[in-house]
Ligand binder design. Sequence first.
Ligand SMILES: NC(=O)c1ccc[n+]([C@@H]2O[C@H](COP(=O)([O-])OP(=O)(O)OC[C@H]3O[C@@H](n4cnc5c(N)ncnc54)[C@H](O)[C@@H]3O)[C@@H](O)[C@H]2O)c1
Length: 338
Amino acid sequence: MDREILLEVPGDGASCRIRVGSLDPLPWEGPLCVVVDRRVARWHRERLPSGPTLEVRGGESLKTVRNLEKVWSFLKEVGADRGTLVLGVGGGTVTDLVGFATATWHRGIPCAFIATTLLGQVDAAVGGKNGLDWGGAKNQVGTIRQPRFVVCDPGFLSSLSPEDYRGGLAEVVKTALLDGAAFFERLEDWQGLLRHRDPEVLAEVVHRCAAFKALVVQADPQEADRRRILNLGHTLGHAWEVVLGRSHGEAVAAGIVAACDLSVHLGLLDPSWRDRVESLLRGFGLPTRLSASTEALLSVLVQDKKRRRGEIHWVLLAGPGRPLVQPVPLSEVPALRL
Ligand SMILES: NC(=O)c1ccc[n+]([C@@H]2O[C@H](COP(=O)([O-])OP(=O)(O)OC[C@H]3O[C@@H](n4cnc5c(N)ncnc54)[C@H](O)[C@@H]3O)[C@@H](O)[C@H]2O)c1
C-alpha cells in the first residue's frame, strides 16, 4: 500500500510530496526527461518512465562541475524549460546533482526524484538540499530547493550492494535514535528481517524515516538550527571517512557510537542505551569502533570548525528522541584520546 507524506515549507509556499510505495502512476502529466544512474538503468530499465534520458555513473565522483555541465548540455539538447520536469533516478549523488542542475537551469525548473538507495530514500532525497563537491571538499556548492515529489519504492533496494545497503542502515539507526525509543525498539525487533531486506519492513522503516526527516525540515527548512540534529554521528564520522577512507555508512555507524560515548562521558546518557546502539549496529554488520591518529582526525575537525565559524557543535543524546546540540572542547572527546 502506498503512503504519502506532505512536506510543506512555511513561507515560500514550496511543498514536496513523498510517496513510499510504487512508481505508478507518476504524479506528473507534462513533458519530462530523465537523468538516471547507469546501474539502476541496468537493473530496473523496464520500470523507468519513458522520455529523453541521460545515463550517468553514480558515486561521489559524479558530483563535479564537469558532470553538472553534462546535465546542463542534456537539458539544452532536450529543450527543457520551466514546463519540463527533470526526474533524477538514483542514489544521493544523482539527486544532489540533478537538484543543483535544475535549481540553476533557467533560474530554476521543476525536478523530482525516484530514490533508489536506502540512504537516498531515508535521507538524501528528502529535504531539498542539493550540491556538488568542489575544491577538495564535499558539498561546497549547493542550494536548498524542494523537488516537486519524491518516490521511495523499496523494490529498488533488492539490487543494492551489501555495502551500500548497510550504509543506509546506519542512517536508519541514526533517525530512530533521533525519533524516539519506540522506533529504536522496533528496529531491534526487526533486525533479522531488515538484514534480509524484507520489503514490508523496509517500506515501514523508509516511511518512518522520511516522515521524521520531513518534520525536521519543515521546522527548519534553511538549516538554521533544528536541522543540525540530523548530523548525529557525522562529526567524527566525517573525520574517519576522510582519514581512513571508510565508506560513509561505516564511518557514521562508528560516529554514532562515539556520540553516545561522549554523551555517556558527559553524564547525559545511560550507558545501557549506548550498549544497545552498539549491538544493533553490529548486528547490521557495521563497525562500531574505528581508530585513527588523533592528529589526522583533528586536522579534519579543525577544517570543519573553520567552516562553522569557530566551534564544533556535537549532536549528543540524553536518550532516544532527546538530541541536543552543543559545543564540547575537543579535549573532552573520548574518541580523540588527547
Ligand atoms: N542532500 C542531502 O540532504 C543529502 C543527505 C545525505 C547524503 N547526501 C549525499 O548522498 C550521497 C550518498 O548517497 P548514496 O549512498 O545513495 O550514494 P550513490 O548515489 O553513490 O549510490 C551508491 C551506489 O549505489 C548504486 N546504486 C544506486 N541505486 C542502486 C540500486 N537500486 N541498485 C544497485 N545499485 C544502485 C550507485 O550506482 C552507487 O554505486 C553523498 O554524496 C552525500 O553527500 C545528501
